[in-house]
Write a protein that binds this ligand. Structure first.
Ligand SMILES: Nc1ncnc2c1ncn2[C@@H]1O[C@H](COP(=O)(O)OP(=O)(O)OP(=O)(O)O)[C@@H](O)[C@H]1O
Ligand SMILES: [Mg+2]
Length: 349
């Protein structure tokens, strides 16, 4: 179990006395971890509670690094909520969860002005909705009608909430993880393509392997309570400051012209694909660039290679594609089409 300080702190009240020889005093501050070590520690911390699901965890971390929103698809009970809550705890982030129901109103998500009576005078005060958080878990987003979906999506895009003419900034980071259940279509409101395009990734949470599932059961058998993360030994091993430092490192990652050209070729190939009626927008292409940079940084590199663009193409592009109905009827999938495109578009070397 890593037993590290959360954030190295200097004690301001006890200044280090200068040495009689005039030499520089030794730096007594604990060694500062690199932001990358901090982010890697987060993955280890989450693994204390969540078994497997490493790809989804890495995707969520990459999304936080580039401030991208995530669509998370998976059947009930595969630990979508548990993963997001544990990640927030390990990163010392504020998190809220909203269950999207058919009667949810925009003000239930954004907040509203309320009339306050105090000492005989009445005044309006804005009561922040659950969107004012770092990591918002929007559970079953397609169970709520378009008006409330649109209110959330606007906040996601603008990173602020405008209510009654006043704009209020959302915290930094602000990342939405919206869950969708792939099996129930009855009584749901699928997100329109224009709104899907605003999500950086669509991540798919699969069932665990038999071995992993047995390990989940063994943890429960030993008395693990997934609702008590503190008792499970999960604590903050990194914080928003680490994310900010990571982001400025990612900004310096180099990306050669030929990689930019490769990303453009991938996006254009989706637009030209005979299997699709809608391909990837230029916004989708820029998102792939940012995702590839984050992936290169996580891999410890300071430049992007075609491998990073390839690795991020599926999660970044899959929800932006619309299959031709006949392709869908024959069992075609967005991932299948993307695999074909990745296999045919020439890779720069
Ligand atoms: N990979 C896993 N690692 C650890 N626990 C797991 C895993 N998969 C399932 N579980 C167990 O299943 C429980 C249900 O998880 P959770 O509530 O997070 O599921 P969910 O995907 O959010 O479901 P829903 O779609 O109904 O909201 C967890 O509390 C945990 O005990
Ligand atoms: Mg859940």
């Amino acid at each position: 179990m890593p037993d590290r300080p959360i954030r190295p702190q200097r004690v301001a009240s006890s200044p280090i006395p200068s040495s009689p020889t005039g030499a520089e005093p030794p730096d007594l501050a604990p060694p500062v971890r690199s932001p990358r070590d901090a982010v890697l520690a987060v993955r280890a911390e989450v693994a204390k509670v969540v078994v497997g699901q490493e790809q989804v965890l890495t995707g969520l971390v990459a999304a936080l690094l580039v401030r991208g929103h995530v669509l998370l698809e998976g059947v009930p009970g595969v630990a979508k909520t548990l993963l997001v809550k544990t990640l927030a705890a390990a990163l010392d982030l504020d998190t809220r969860r909203v269950q999207f129901t058919p009667d949810l109103m925009p003000s239930d998500v954004l907040g509203q002005s309320i009339l306050e009576q105090r000492a005989g005078t009445a005044s309006f005060r804005f009561r922040e909705g659950p969107v004012f958080t770092n990591l918002l878990l929007a559970d079953e987003i397609n169970r709520t009608p378009p008006r409330t979906q649109a209110a959330l999506l606007e906040a996601m895009e603008e990173r602020q909430v405008s209510v009654e003419g006043a704009a209020r900034a959302l915290p930094d980071p602000f990342v939405v993880v919206a869950t969708q259940n792939p099996v129930e279509y009855e009584g749901t409101y699928p997100l329109p393509e224009a709104q899907l395009d605003r999500f950086l990734f669509k991540l798919v949470m699969a069932y665990p392997s038999a071995e992993q599932e047995q390990s989940v059961l063994a943890r429960h058998d030993r008395g693990l309570d997934p609702h008590d993360l503190v008792a499970a030994g999960v604590g903050p091993v990194a914080g928003p400051g680490d994310l900010r430092r990571a982001r400025s490192e990612i900004d310096t990652i180099r990306c050669e012209e030929q990689i930019l050209a490769y990303v453009v070729s991938l996006a254009r190939a989706t637009r030209e694909s005979p299997s699709l009626t809608l391909g990837v927008s230029p916004r989708g292409a820029t998102m792939l660039l940012h995702a590839a940079k984050a992936w290169a940084w996580l891999s410890g590199r300071d430049f992007v290679t075609p491998d990073e663009a390839k690795a991020m193409a599926r999660p970044t592009f899959r929800h932006r594609l619309v299959l031709r109905p006949e392709v869908e009827l024959e069992g075609g999938t967005a991932d299948g089409v993307l695999d074909g495109i990745l296999a045919t578009v020439p890779v720069p070397r």
